[in-house]
Design a protein around this ligand. Sequence first.
Ligand code: SF4
Length: 369
Amino acid sequence: MFSDELLKYDWDETTARIMSMTSSDVERALSAEHLTDRDFMALVSPAATPYLEIMARKSRMITEQRFGKTMQLFIPMYITNSCTNSCVYCGFNCHNKFHRVILTPEQIKQECEAIKQLGPFENLLIVTGENPAKAGTDYLEEALRVCRPYFSNLTIEVMPLSTEDYARLTHSGLNGVICFQETYNRKNYKKYHPAGMKSDFEWRCNGFDRMGMAGVHKIGMGVLIGLEDWRTDVTMMARHLLYLRQNYWRTKYSVNFPRMRPSESGFQPNVVMSDRELAQLTFAFRIFDPDVDISYSTRENHKFRNNMATLGVTTMSAGSKVDPGGYATYTDSLEQFTISDDASPAKVVEDLKALGREPVWKDWDRAFD
Ligand code: SF4
């Protein structure tokens, strides 16, 4: 399990190694054919900032070779904001008093129909808070059953599940799972996740092994930028990705690095990442792993998403609502965070085309797997 593997890496020592990288380390990483975690550290280090243009060109070239000039589009559907966790940075945390919603199958159907009015979306991301008693695996299975006729690709972003439950949902039409580790800093993890199921670092961290063992087709990983030193966190994630690729090589992978946005919790980020730094990180991941899907959500603003659309990013959400029932049922309920890009799917498509990118609504079907 990865939590054991992670014990090999000391957080502070990793930070020190990143900060001691030099221009010759960066140049070696840029000319390497197969990159190691050390090369990744060089590319995300301050020593790489003078190489940003070179990294951008390399990232664009690799992306076009592997993915063509395409951009996958997806849309999230929040089906419940009920949550038993108390993540200090999240508006849905259980101490925040507001009306909790668990959409019924009929309401989920209405959301599907409303989304289909927005554009020909085929990739749906179903999102929940974490409430296993009220919105557990049975509820998720029912949601998949309702959504299946409308979308060809169903991904969930929900609480970590057991291997058996991932396998069960995979048999019920699930294609992918996204789970954010939030931070790999084991020592500080509990500060941000003081109670509830999410306070168990190992259970969350090893959820990716359970997905791999259950045969989930695609696994999405992520750290929340704003909690801990971002360079160290993403290096741990790169190591995690290497580990997963070695152990579950049939699985496809995606990475996300959401920058924290304002939420009802009032939490102020400990770390602020600039646009240049996010660009550097995106290029570094593309150069490190040419096949990984790199996803940007509407947390990023429209202009920046457009700037990055040709330089390494391969998946984007569009037209997102981040509150349950936001498309059709309850159009004014509490959002999990404030979105930054509120452009319509039609506008996102128009801009991608102007950039020479072909928007792809669907590129995979279970029948072809
Ligand atoms: S981040 Fe997720 S698990 Fe944590 S409080 Fe928010 S909805 Fe619940």
